[in-house]
Design a protein around this ligand. Structure first.
Ligand code: MG
Length: 162
């Protein structure tokens, strides 16, 4: 028996619009602009989901939660993540760690980083020190810099004994 290690990569973007809620890592972030999306538009959890699916060889988020399917309208991304974790566990993988970066011009996420990290760790059922959540601005450049878009990127490591 040996330990198999897999790496997965995920990236997600959502448009930002006035008057919509903003969820990041399952945490409601006070903001005048929120994410436009078929689900709750949680770019961080969507990036984590794609990284998990990629590492487990299971496809991508659109395969499981197509944005053309009315069943998933307004679905909370934490629910999507729990379904994906069950699929990953079904392949006998455990999550070793997750590292992620959120690019958002405002609000500044610094004060919320620990809360988001703790929430993501709880959703994944892993220790807080196995989760990284970095917050970046785009220095005023591009769509993120103009406040039009939130972007999240995540790397996941999965392990199983084979
Ligand atoms: Mg998304």
């Amino acid at each position: 028996e040996r330990r198999e290690t897999r790496t997965g990569w995920g990236e997600d973007h959502h448009r930002l619009r006035s008057g919509l809620p903003l969820y990041i890592g399952g945490v409601r972030v006070p903001s005048p602009r929120g994410a436009l999306g078929h689900s709750d538009g949680d770019a961080l959890l969507h990036a984590v989901i794609d990284a998990l699916l990629g590492a487990a060889g299971l496809g991508d988020i659109g395969d499981f939660f197509p944005d053309t399917d009315p069943r998933y309208r307004g679905i909370r991304s934490a629910k999507m993540l729990s379904e994906v974790l069950a699929l990953v566990a079904g392949r006998r993988f455990t999550v070793a760690n997750v590292d992620a970066t959120v690019m958002l011009e405002r609000p500044k996420l610094g004060p919320l980083k620990q809360k988001i990290r703790k929430n993501v760790a709880g959703l994944l059922g892993i220790a807080e020190d196995a989760v990284g959540v970095k917050a970046k601005t785009a220095e005023g450049l591009g769509a993120e810099g103009r406040g039009e878009r939130i972007t999240a990127r995540a790397v996941v490591t999965l392990e199983r004994m084979v």
